[in-house]
Design a protein around this ligand. Structure first.
Ligand SMILES: Cc1ncc(COP(=O)(O)O)c(C=O)c1O
Length: 393
């Protein structure tokens, strides 16, 4: 019997980080432990009070029971209360919020609810892969829009052709943006809502990095502009260093949330209830978030300093846990990442070309960049900055 992967699975390229992993393994075999700025997985411990809330949640429910598909009302009310405190937006916990198994699950499955075969989905590139993978698995077509430094890494909405607007069902935006670290102004978010409403395109706004910012002003949510025709995706992975807990949510237009809930009840049985307990505790506290913002900012400044001393252009991000560093003239992103992996330097980054897809015009907007995820410790970040400064690129 022949076992053949579906066309959908076959259409997916290899996992970009696997190639980095192979190089890292070669260094390890030489006895070198590289400083790893590759994958964006926080190494800050999950705060103790959050871990304790999860433990208490396990003991509180000795007979397990399935969780709610879309989140216990108590969890959704905690999300509504946080959204109101943080963005001044009132949400109806019953109809305008659904929980998800991390933002990733919801991002990937969202297209299932709205996209018919052949429909277009507008996706930024570079961007989080599940925007396009979810589209492909729903048998939609991806229309990539480039995020370019000359546009402040914002999608140029005016450049989206009329025939694309006509066929598109969804547009993904992601601000604060991974990997560029760009933040969208309220004015820009107004323009996105207007674009969606004029063209009948649902706006899916991934706000997973909204809490990791460095300026005096906290980033806005698109929900401050409108709920109609808008769905926001949120996560506690970066805010509260809870990547392993797998907890996030969607919020916005009740009609879209209702459709997603229908999809969701067919996929899984919801976020574990003790994880929701931990999430409720996390949402009630801002002190740990302020501390982690301060730590990321501290590391950002150390690394930005090292890169500047190496002769590279300034890449100071306004938000997120990433630096999107332009490579020196005449070098590709893979060449710079490979040079940084040489035994004398041993710094792991991700080449921008691997985080970015080609647009219709054949351009890969990640070609000239490498990404640093600010996850190593302060000491390791300092050591890396010194090594970079000595490089003189
Ligand atoms: C842009 C973006 N959105 C969403 C997520 C998913 O977060 P979660 O851990 O909640 O699935 C990530 C994770 O890295 C991300 O980079």
């Amino acid at each position: 019997m022949e076992i053949v992967a579906s066309r959908r699975v076959q259409s997916i390229g290899s996992y970009a980080f696997a190639e980095v992993d192979r190089e890292v393994e070669k260094l390890r075999q030489k006895g070198i432990t590289p400083i790893d700025f590759g994958v964006g997985d926080p190494t800050i411990p999950t705060p103790e009070f959050i871990r304790k809330a999860a433990q208490a949640g396990v003991d509180r429910r000795q007979s397990s029971g399935y969780p709610s598909y879309v989140g216990a009302l108590e969890f959704r009310e905690a999300i509504a209360a946080w959204t109101h405190r943080r963005f001044g937006v009132k949400l109806d916990a019953e109809s305008e919020i659904a929980s998800s198994i991390g933002a990733k699950e919801a991002v990937f499955h969202f297209a299932e609810g709205f996209v018919n075969p052949g429909d277009l989905v507008i996706v930024p590139t570079p961007g989080y892969p599940p925007y396009s993978r979810g589209t492909l698995f729903a048998e939609g077509k991806v229309y990539y829009v480039p995020l370019l430094p000359e546009n402040g890494f914002l999608i140029d909405l005016d450049a989206i052709p009329a025939e694309v607007r006509k066929k598109a069902k969804l547009i993904w935006i992601n601000y604060p943006n991974s990997p560029s670290g760009a933040v969208a102004s309220l004015d820009y978010l107004h323009r996105v809502v207007d674009f969606g409403q004029r063209n009948g395109i649902l706006v899916a706004s991934d706000e997973a990095y909204s809490e990791i910012y460095f300026g005096p002003e906290a980033p806005h949510s698109i929900l401050e502009v409108a709920k109609e025709g808008v769905v926001v995706f949120q996560s506690l992975s970066k805010r509260s260093a809870m990547t392993c807990y797998r907890v996030g949510w969607l919020a916005g237009d009740a009609r879209a949330i209702s459709i997603f809930k229908k999809v969701k009840t067919n996929i899984d049985s919801g976020t574990a209830t003790f994880i929701q307990d931990a999430a409720i505790a996390a949402l009630a506290d801002e002190t740990h978030v302020e501390q982690s913002r301060a730590e990321y900012k501290f590391k950002r400044d150390i690394l930005v300093g090292g890169l500047a001393r190496a002769g590279l252009p300034d890449c100071t991000p306004q938000a997120t846990i990433y630096l999107w560093q332009r490579v020196p003239k005449g070098m590709t992103s893979v060449e710079l990442a490979t040079r940084l992996l040489s035994p004398a330097v041993a710094i792991v980054t991700t080449p921008g070309a691997w985080l970015s897809d080609r647009t219709e015009s054949g351009q890969n907007p990640g070609m000239g960049f490498v990404r640093f995820a600010l996850v190593p410790s302060v000491e390791k970040t300092r050591e890396a900055a010194e090594k970079l400064a000595a490089l003189r690129l």
